[in-house]
Design a protein around this ligand. Structure first.
Ligand SMILES: [Zn+2]
Ligand SMILES: [Zn+2]
Length: 185
């Protein structure tokens, strides 16, 4: 899952054009924009949906070696609680601080971000940060009681429930019971 070099798509909101900085050290521009999230921004259980808003609040500054990008990207990741399956949303604030080298800069850092022509692509950077920040086991709250292991009732709502309660249909999906135990009712 390394950051692959790819051609920036100028239509992507996360690809920024720097031509107005004229490669002139010291020139700068603020970027305050709402853009659309790309596909697959997250892990299997939680992520920023494709097309959901990402708010950029960035400063682009031309320096001698390239363009320095600093600021923040904010977005909302959505998923399900890993214990009770309730939908949850997590506000994400991604710090951006990255130097994009000008093409032809012969710095020997293979990992360095680079401009392609006058375009810089924030997507690989943002993708990595989102993956690092998102929990693999998101919870609706620290002490979520989860579902009853016997019948799947939400124990947050029914801490003392007795059996005979209807089986929560989401639990049958989770446990893969739909095939094995439903039989003929
Ligand atoms: Zn929960
Ligand atoms: Zn139960």
């Amino acid at each position: 899952m390394s950051v692959q070099r790819r051609h920036p798509d100028p239509r992507s909101g996360l690809v920024l054009d720097t031509h107005d900085l004229h490669r002139q050290a010291g020139s700068m521009r603020e970027v305050r924009e709402r853009v659309e999230a790309p596909d697959d921004l997250g892990n299997k259980v939680i992520g920023v949906p494709a097309g959901a808003p990402i708010d950029l609040d960035l400063r682009l500054e031309a320096v001698v070696e390239g363009v320095l990008v600093t600021g923040e990207a904010t977005a909302e990741a959505v998923g399900q609680c890993g214990r009770c399956l309730e939908p949850i949303a997590v506000e994400m604030a991604i710090d951006v601080q990255e130097l994009f080298l000008y093409p032809g800069n012969d710095a020997d850092d293979e990992e360095a971000s680079r401009l392609e022509g006058e375009l810089l692509d924030l997507e690989p950077l943002i993708r990595d940060e989102v993956l690092v920040e998102l929990p693999f086991m998101p919870l609706c709250r620290e002490d979520c009681a989860g579902l009853c292991a016997e019948c799947g009732v939400d124990l947050n709502e029914n801490p003392d429930h007795g059996h005979g309660a209807a089986i929560d249909p989401r639990w049958t999906e989770l446990a893969g019971w739909d095939e094995k135990s439903s039989g003929n009712n």
